[in-house]
Design a protein around this ligand. Structure first.
Ligand SMILES: N[C@@H](CCC(=O)N[C@@H](CS)C(=O)NCC(=O)O)C(=O)O
Length: 220
């Protein structure tokens, strides 16, 4: 029927996309996803649901049986755990804006860099959780091991500082930037910046991006 539906000069409106991201404001894994969403320019499509994984509501556990944040519930009903998987999903759904982790031909040094940065986050989070136990049962060799992991990994990243990009970052730069900011936030006594000055300068440049400023953890 004439007169019904959009006329030729009107563009049909796409329904707005809403993805639910279970996350919190201090988790580095959550921050990685939140920064990627902002760098992709799709933050308005991601509803952030602040969640404590240790007193997790049933609704969140139905999305992620692992009881970890971040977890994503898509508008198509897919429930995706794990920051790396969620980032893959976002880059697949909004292609062409950020260079993904897997590229063709493979870039193994870059893939290794991402794993090392992610390993810094893993070691730092493990250290934070160990320190949350009662003082009497802190296991010092475990804490020392995490510190050693972080220091060796920083030495590795410091050798590659020239290929890090704070102006047009990709997912690897984002993981590195989030990892460096997290150890400054949670493990400040490591004083890593004085030993790795060029890396610290890169971290400052990266952390001044709007996506990082908007996702800064509350420092209380
Ligand atoms: N490999 C997961 C790790 C996620 C993770 O461990 N998140 C922490 C918060 S920073 C968590 O939910 N911990 C709950 C627990 O350890 O049970 C990812 O990359 O998303």
């Amino acid at each position: 029927l004439y007169g019904i539906g959009p006329t030729s000069h009107q563009t049909p409106k796409c329904p707005p996309v809403t993805l639910s991201l279970y996350c919190n404001l201090t988790s580095p894994y959550s921050r990685k996803v939140r920064v990627v969403a902002r760098e992709l320019g799709i933050a308005d499509s991601v509803k952030e649901i602040i969640t404590d994984p240790f007193s997790a509501p049933a609704e969140f556990l139905a999305v992620n049986p692992l009881a970890r944040i971040p977890a994503l519930l898509t508008d198509h009903g897919e429930a995706l755990p794990d920051s790396t998987l969620i980032v893959d999903y976002l880059l697949h759904r909004w292609p062409g804006r950020l260079r993904p982790l897997q590229v063709d031909p493979p870039d193994w040094p870059r893939a290794r860099r991402e794993r090392v940065a992610q390993g810094i986050i893993d070691a730092a989070v493990a250290s934070v959780l160990e320190r949350r136990r009662p003082d009497s049962i802190h296991y010092t060799p475990f804490l020392d091991r995490q510190n050693d992991v972080i220091e060796r990994s920083l030495e590795t990243l410091a050798l590659e500082v020239d290929v890090l990009n704070a102006e047009t970052p990709d997912v690897v730069d984002i993981t590195v930037g989030v990892a460096l900011d997290y150890i400054g936030f949670r493990l400040p006594w490591l004083e890593w910046r004085s030993r790795h000055k060029a890396l610290a300068e890169w971290s400052d440049a990266f952390s001044s991006r709007p996506s990082m400023l908007e996702t800064q953890p509350p420092r209380s």
